[in-house]
Design a protein around this ligand. Structure first.
Ligand SMILES: Nc1nc2c(c(=O)[nH]1)N[C@H]1C(S)=C(S)[C@@H](COP(=O)(O)OP(=O)(O)OC[C@H]3O[C@@H](n4cnc5c(=O)[nH]c(N)nc54)[C@H](O)[C@@H]3O)O[C@H]1N2
Ligand SMILES: Nc1nc2c(c(=O)[nH]1)N[C@H]1C(S)=C(S)[C@@H](COP(=O)(O)OP(=O)(O)OC[C@H]3O[C@@H](n4cnc5c(=O)[nH]c(N)nc54)[C@H](O)[C@@H]3O)O[C@H]1N2
Ligand SMILES: [Mo]
Length: 750
């Protein structure tokens, strides 16, 4: 999220594409409604369903799932044709917009109408309103990401913002609405298989940096791997861990995992039924040698599996029984305080991890850095006389001194606690503090460059000095590409900057030149090779003094030369309802070793017309009453009274064709050969050729009630089929997120 929910109140137009905040971010949605009331902001919603957010919109386009790239190119087509783009912004701050312009030229409103199902007049009207009501903010979430072309979707949206000059402005930006309360924090901490914490890459330099900051030898870390080459390889993802278990069985995808299958699975705070292809998940669970689940509730993974032994359920404490920082969707921190000690025999997650580390023999190394402190020269030393570490404060300190790439250096426990305790002293819209909190933004949204910096409320804003949260785009991809400079143009540096234009990231080599003065020998001594590994903080301090952003001032890339699609390209879903378009917009070639597993694309899509047997478009998503896999909510009798049954939103016309009555049972069949039995719910939110399934239910598998597997007294008040049983094969080409938004199905009266 470049800006924040509060900042949306500064917008003149709000473009909601692929999210439904009225349902999924109902508190945040208040800011959108305030923007409409106070600012007369125009609300635009692009969604395949007439959602509760659409009900509040001024303009609505009912798009075919998976066709957002054509829709946005259609908007860019109209913008460029009318000269509505921000020419100076593009010239100074964007690399490769010409390639976008050339692609947009192909997407006439008529072509867009054919591919997306949205009328040309609607596209033109929406584009005009969005371009003329400046600044506009753009919101998205899972409606854009959960596709084979999800990454392309998440690139075309900021490109639209940059074309209009809406990026890096109050009331503008791309506001990507995060999911769980700490999903931003979990991502920052590197709970992904292809990064170290703080987005440090899986390269030798980063491992060495971490060895230093964890107080362990690099060779010790290396010795934990089969050989050093595995230190640079991404692991399996949550979406496809089961492929690592099932590899070698007939019809399963090949893996590249050092010659072994996955044998054990530890699940900590994930519903498991929440990822696609539940039948495969069930088979994966059945074929493991060991399954451990740490969860405050009885996780449905334990109920879904047919295994009889080596299944352990550990009672995790909840958020109310533990404390520490959580990061909100806008990169800001809050301190969460423990309300009660963990009840009964439950343990907080970190305790469970510590116990595991003890059993595996690396507890001392795991916790060592918390027994150390940073000396002025940027090196760690064991803190004399320290007998034990203080949780979670010492962990927070370790994070703030280590995760420099995203600027967590200012996130000390004291500051974060002070913000949370004084939340009433910050402005709801700007996040700016008053009184004793003056000069700081609520929660110190990162980058928060130092203990004196007040945080960055809006990313990429050059209208304010770096000391007040200004910054350009990051210099992360070299200084030039094909002879064109990647640095920002003249006059585009943050306010009060010593350098009036683009510059590379700050290093020991270039610092003197950039700040315009020689360093003393003592100063030089404190400088690390570059700002990311300079743990004394000297390089960052010098940069801030001169009004420079430590990571440089570059152009944003519209062209990503190292991705399969240099610019976002439309590609039909694997299970496309438009076989006539597949030839023109085919998917990718199959990809070997995609997070260690071969992932199919063309071999599913090519030469097949699924629409004869599976003519109905199927999409999945959320309900306001339930969260994720739904375990926590289905343990509440009162919530279950509101949504007691798993259901399918179906248009009455479609239902009638199949003799399906409102409230009666129906089957939904997937092209992968799986099926679920659910209650039909007549709804006009979906078009007659599509259905919608919420994914919050579990406990049933293809008509079979598995809830007898719940230990006595733990069965939820509501159970049902999981939508993910019929979400078929399909994964994003870069991130491997399941394509759970654009599928095909067949319906039948049960
Ligand atoms: N009540 C509740 N709130 C939640 C959650 C929850 O489970 N329950 N989950 C949280 C989490 S983890 C997340 S990630 C967020 C997710 O928040 P959202 O992304 O808002 O959630 P979804 O309902 O999955 O999908 C959003 C919308 O995308 C639309 N959509 C589907 N396909 C397409 C498409 O191809 N193009 C476009 N333009 N739109 C499409 C769907 O119809 C749906 O209305 O919500 C968070 N908030
Ligand atoms: N078809 C379809 N599938 C989807 C999506 C979709 O739109 N469509 N959306 C996807 C998205 S964006 C997401 S984020 C996932 C969400 O799916 P999950 O990650 O499965 O989400 P939750 O149900 O919130 O799962 C959290 C689990 O953690 C447990 N828990 C709660 N607090 C704690 C704690 O403090 N410690 C521990 N150890 N456990 C705890 C809960 O009891 C629950 O079992 O679903 C994905 N699946
Ligand atoms: Mo999510």
């Amino acid at each position: 999220m470049t800006n924040s929910f509060g900042d949306i109140q500064n917008a003149k137009s709000i473009f909601i594409i692929g999210c439904n905040p009225a349902v999924n971010h109902p508190v945040g949605f208040g800011h959108i409604l305030k923007a409409k009331e106070r600012n007369n902001a125009k609300i635009i919603v692009i969604d395949p369903r007439f959602t509760k957010s659409a009900a509040k919109a001024d303009y609505f386009a009912q798009i075919r799932p998976g066709t957002d790239i054509p829709f946005v190119y259609g908007m860019l087509h109209i913008i460029f044709k009318n000269g509505w783009e921000d020419k100076k912004y593009i010239e100074d701050r964007v690399y490769g917009m010409d390639e976008i312009r050339a692609e947009a030229a192909k997407w006439t409103p008529e072509l867009v109408a054919d591919v997306t199902g949205v009328k040309a007049e609607t596209l033109i009207e929406i584009t005009t309103i969005y371009a003329k009501n400046s600044p506009g903010t753009l919101l998205w979430a899972m409606g854009l990401t959960q596709h084979t072309i999800g990454t392309g979707n998440t690139r075309i949206a900021p490109i639209l913002q940059m074309a209009l000059g809406y990026m890096g402005k109050a009331g503008g930006g791309t506001n990507i609405l995060r999911g769980h309360d700490n999903v931003q924090g979990a991502t920052d901490m590197g709970c992904l298989s292809d990064t170290l914490p703080g987005y440090y890459g899986l390269v030798e330099g980063s491992w060495k940096y971490y060895a230093r900051m964890w107080g362990v030898e690099y060779d010790y870390i290396k010795s934990q791997f089969k050989d050093a080459s595995w230190m640079g390889k991404p692991g399996f993802t949550l979406a496809r861990w089961w492929a690592g278990v099932l590899a070698g069985k007939e019809g399963e995808d090949a893996i590249e995992n050092a010659g072994t299958n996955l044998k054990a699975l530890v699940v900590m705070g994930c519903g498991i039924t929440s990822t696609s292809q539940n039948l495969k998940i069930q088979q994966g669970l059945d074929n493991l040698e060991l399954l451990v689940i740490a969860d405050p509730f009885v996780n449905e993974a334990a109920v879904l599996t047919n295994r009889k032994d080596n299944l352990f359920i550990l009672p995790s404490a909840t958020q109310f029984e533990s404390s520490g920082t959580v990061s909100a969707t806008n990169r800001s921190a809050q301190w969460r305080s423990k309300v009660v000690e963990p009840l009964y025999e439950s343990k907080a997650d970190h305790e469970i991890m510590f116990e595991l580390a003890k059993r595996l023999g690396f507890y001392e190394e795991y916790t060592r850095s918390m027994m150390m402190h940073l000396k002025e020269d940027g090196y760690l030393e064991k803190t004399p006389n320290k007998i034990t570490f203080q949780w979670p404060e010492d962990a927070t300190i370790e994070i703030s001194r280590t995760l420099r790439t995203i600027g967590m250096m200012g996130w000390t426990p004291e500051r974060i606690k002070k913000h949370t305790e004084n939340w009433h002293m910050f402005d709801e819209v700007t996040g700016a503090g008053r009184g004793a909190m003056k000069g700081e933004y609520y929660g110190l949204p990162w980058p928060c460059w130092s203990v004196k910096h007040g945080g960055t409320p809006n990313l990429y804003n050059v209208d304010v000095p770096v000391s007040e949260g200004g910054m350009g785009f990051r210099n992360n991809f070299g200084l030039e590409k094909d002879g064109v400079s990647l640095l920002a143009g003249k006059g585009s540096a943050p306010l009060d900057s010593k350098v009036d234009g683009g510059y590379p990231e700050i290093t020991k080599e270039n610092i003197e030149k950039l700040i315009g003065r020689p360093l003393s020998a003592a100063e030089k001594e404190l400088c690390g090779a570059n700002w990311k590994t300079c743990t004394s903080g000297k390089l960052v301090d010098l940069a801030l003094e001169a009004g420079l952003t430590p990571y440089g001032n570059a152009k944003a890339r519209a062209v990503v030369w190292n991705f399969p699609d240099r610019i976002p390209m439309h590609r039909e879903p694997l299970y496309s309802p438009r076989p006539d378009l597949v030839e023109k917009y085919p998917t990718y070639a199959d990809k070997a070793n995609h997070f260690r597993v071969t992932t199919k694309y063309a071999s599913i899509q090519k030469g097949q017309d699924y629409t004869k047997e599976f003519p109905i478009v199927m999409t999945t998503g959320r309900l306001v009453t339930m969260m994720g896999a739904g375990l926590e909510n289905r343990a509440s009798k009162y919530i279950c009274a509101l949504t007691p049954d798993m259901f399918c939103d179906i248009h009455p016309e479609l239902a009638k064709q199949h003799g399906i009555q409102n409230g009666s049972m129906m089957w939904v069949h997937s092209p992968a050969g799986t099926k679920i039995k659910v209650k039909a719910k007549y709804s006009h939110t979906v078009l007659p050729h599509m259905v919608f399934l919420p994914f919050h239910f579990g406990g049933y598998m293809q008509g079979v009630d598995m809830t007898g597997n719940f230990p006595a007294g733990t069965k939820p008040f509501a159970s049902g089929e999981c939508a993910n049983t019929v979400v078929a094969y399909g994964y994003d080409i870069i991130t491997q997120i399941p394509a759970s938004k654009a599928g095909l199905c067949r319906v039948e009266k049960a």
